[in-house]
Design a protein around this ligand. Sequence first.
Ligand SMILES: Cc1cc2nc3c(=O)[nH]c(=O)nc-3n(C[C@H](O)[C@H](O)[C@H](O)COP(=O)(O)O)c2cc1C
Length: 469
Amino acid sequence: MTEPLIVGVMVRTLGAYPSGWRYPGAHADPQTDAAVLRRIARVAEDADLDYLFFGDWLATGPDLEFRDPYLLARIDPLSAALYLAGVTEHIGLIATVNSTYADPYATARATASLDLLTGGRAGINLVTGAEPRAAANHGRDAHADNETRYDRAGEFVRALRLLWESWDADAWIADTATGVLIDADRLRPAAFAGTQVRVEGPLNVARPPQAHPPIVHAGTSPRSRALAAAEADLALIAAGDPAVAAATRAELRALAEASGRDPDDLKVIVPVVPVVAATVAAARAIVDRLLLLVPIDDGASDHARRTAFPQNRSLTSFLDVAEIGPDDPMREASIDDAVPPGTAGRFAEAAAQTLDVVAARTGRDLGGSHPVTWRHLIAAHAVPANFVVGSPQAIADHFELWRDAGATDGFNVLSAFQPAQFEAFTSLAVPELRRRGLIGRSGATLRDRLGLGSPCLLHDSAPAAATGR
Ligand SMILES: Cc1cc2nc3c(=O)[nH]c(=O)nc-3n(C[C@H](O)[C@H](O)[C@H](O)COP(=O)(O)O)c2cc1C
């Protein structure tokens, strides 16, 4: 029988779609994140999903208001994971750490601590970062180039593993009669000296229950793929199309095999935004509203605000606004007629594709009684999303199609807004996914749930330390 898919929750409290926070009833205030984080965690655990996943971004600025509002302000990922460890009992907790800026000893300590405090539920998503502003926030002159970042990331992983193995599982004797607390022979330094990472050790946290908490890696470049293939347990890839994802997954598995691993030990995961409601029409109405809530420069807002919009959010970039209003219906062949001279070709092809997507996702049509408007088109063009829209059956069909195409081993589920859309996913789609056997993993530790088996330890003298609890 085929294994159930891995299903985790990519937690973005302000919602994964940039206008999600504007949806009626949606969470919109980071100062009350604690309550919504607890709610998401409990709902995810009740639905028996595999893990909660916290991304990260090491800088902020007003430009993010329109592009990625959820990045503006949010709880540090390890802190969020630790906080939610206290209100959950079974679910995995994966926190993102940026290896370009993080300190390996502090990271090994924090993740080993999380693993110990949760009985083996910790995981770490190692990224090398794509935000240049992070450099100035960490006392650097510039964000390092791809090669340098991935050289460091490789050393960083090695250092983590060595530090996690500082203590053998049976190093702690605690013999009250003899007064012997530890077996000093079962404690060892990491003694790692790379070109970018140097750390002596040992780690001042005992052996974590999983020995090596699962390592996720998210990235896109060839060096990223090589790192994922050699070191990661989960590779988080970006793909909107099952054929593209299947090709990436096949490449990653081949690279893993070439680096001496069993390719089944590397699970490939894709992000997805299911917009789910009891009926297809209700789900489409949600997408319709989300599109209409995307702030765009339609000529009505004040100058200061208008200059803050990214260029692709401006009606004037595309349209002769004297002739056409944002809420006017689109008509056949209206794209080429409407755009200012010189921009037609650039915009028209993308717009025609987007138009089809908008029509399918909202149930609107061209020129009929329920028409797609220019506002819909510009919003969808400016804010593309990996949406799957529909009833629980449609969501399950999508999951099944991707699995059967060999496109993925699982999904990181994002919700357009919180908590209602996540709760719709768990209450409506999860029972259907379970009924079809598409989800339903078990295991006491995160490694077990992910089907990873015992880790390859670097030190032979610590055979008993692996998972299996
Ligand atoms: C699905 C996915 C999720 C990612 N999540 C994060 C994240 O939370 N924080 C972060 O700094 N970078 C994240 N990244 C960015 C990667 O770290 C990477 O820097 C970026 O994709 C550029 O690719 P490269 O590093 O392979 O050149 C993510 C990438 C992907 C594909």
